[in-house]
Design a protein around this ligand. Structure first.
Ligand SMILES: Nc1ncnc2c1ncn2[C@@H]1O[C@H](COP(=O)(O)OP(=O)(O)OP(=O)(O)O)[C@@H](O)[C@H]1O
Ligand SMILES: [Mg+2]
Length: 384
């Protein structure tokens, strides 16, 4: 590693500011990171637009933090290239590895390291002093950030006198105050209670868009991913499964893993066989309205794709109501036909009773059909 060196001309504020705007497009090319035999990142390529709010989402251990640490310069990948703006900050081929301090990034990580001997105010100020902000500007930025994060009254306390959630907000304040062109955040709201978390999402989103900072944000909370991002990257076992804007991710998951991971309650995934456009699993039969061209499929039906009627004369197959779970504006219902159990969603004002029989049809145009062998999306019906 000794012969590795920083790229010529560190990534400075000046090189990033072009035409008055911050240029911080990030290109990640063929990035691989191994820990011994374990491949934490496998050939990951990703283009992140200037000013984008990109969320890395996936189950525990899928490589989210590793990818963020590679961007930050805290890990040396085994292979690949990372370019920010027009500077190569990492290249295995050219043996370039810019140290974290030269990458001009702001980071908040899962474990937020605060200085124990400094007050909240001094911890945040520390970030501003590092980038040599004039005192007046720094005082103003500091007050503004602390107030926005609801920490104004706690500014003279020491980290040991704060709760976990408050400490997390100090770490966040330290990042936001410095207004770096790139924000890297690893579950920055994970220690906050549900209400504060919601408020902070709004603040953070506003901060990010005001600053125009390119943001890479790690979470395993899908609500956070869906509400805050411009695009979501779903990862599994160190590989990217899908990169899409949130609405598209929800409507057209590219494989059954993504379909299953996104959405609460979960999507109904039903293995079915057929020859033509009518498919059945022995219990339920659905006319897809188009021909997938294969015999074994997995049907993806969101709970809201089920049209459920308590009218015995209504069109559709008969299911039995197994469970009723009221959830604010909606009610989640579990339905059974034969051995098949599925989840549906109805309005809170519709009253069903346990064991009641209901008629069910499916919204053909929003169903997705997957190849049972590859688990990949064949073609959504609404594209036909
Ligand atoms: N320093 C390390 N040494 C060995 N293995 C590591 C190291 N860091 C991470 N790993 C492994 O790499 C894989 C990816 O870890 P990573 O921390 O990136 O996951 P993650 O997606 O951030 O998960 P979480 O949601 O739990 O934070 C895991 O299997 C983890 O055990
Ligand atoms: Mg992690």
């Amino acid at each position: 590693m000794e012969n590795w060196q920083g790229a010529h001309g560190a990534l400075t504020r000046k090189t990033i500011l072009k035409g008055g705007g911050i240029m911080a497009k990030i290109s990640i090319r063929n990035l691989t990171k191994r820990y011994g035999d374990m491949t934490a990142l496998n050939n990951v390529s990703l283009e992140i637009d200037n000013g984008e709010f990109l969320v890395l989402l996936g189950p525990s251990g899928c490589g989210k933090t590793t990818l963020l640490r590679c961007l930050a310069g805290l890990e040396t990948p085994d292979n690949g290239e990372i370019i920010i703006g027009d500077e190569v900050i990492f290249s295995s081929k050219e043996k370039i590895m810019l140290p974290p301090g030269k990458r001009n990034l702001g980071m908040v990580f899962q474990s937020y390291a605060l200085w124990p001997h400094m007050t909240v105010r001094d911890n945040v100020k520390f970030g501003l002093d590092v980038i040599k902000t004039p005192k007046e500007a720094s005082d103003r930025q500091l007050d503004e950030v602390l107030a926005k994060l609801g920490m104004g009254d706690l500014s003279e306390r020491y980290p040991s006198e704060l709760s976990g959630g408050q400490q997390q907000r100090v770490a966040l304040a330290r990042l936001l105050a410095t207004k770096p062109p790139v924000f890297l955040m690893d579950e920055p709201l994970s220690n906050l209670d549900a209400r504060l978390r919601m408020d902070m999402r709004v603040e953070l989103k506003r901060f990010q868009s005001d600053a125009g900072a390119t943001t890479v944000y790690v979470t395993h909370d899908q609500t956070e991913a869906m509400t805050m991002s411009t695009r979501v990257v779903v990862m599994k076992n160190g590989e990217i499964q899908q990169v899409s804007p949130p609405a598209e991710l929800y409507k057209q998951p590219q494989n059954t893993f993504v379909a299953d991971f996104i959405g609460m309650p979960r999507i109904n995934l039903i293995e079915m066989q057929g020859d033509g456009q009518i498919f059945s699993n022995g219990d339920i039969t659905i006319d897809f309205g188009w021909k997938p061209g294969i015999k074994n499929v997995v049907l993806g039906a969101r709970p809201e794709d089920l049209k459920i009627s308590s009218n015995p004369k209504a069109h559709g197959e008969t299911y039995r109501v197994m469970a009723i779970l009221p959830n604010g504006p909606e009610t989640i219902v579990q339905l059974q036909r034969g051995k098949t159990v599925i989840i549906g969603r109805i309005g809170h004002d519709i009253i069903f009773e346990k064991n009641q029989e209901v008629k069910v049809t499916y919204t053909q145009t929003s169903l997705n059909v997957y190849d049972a062998d590859t688990q990949n999306l064949i073609s959504p019906i609404n594209n036909i």
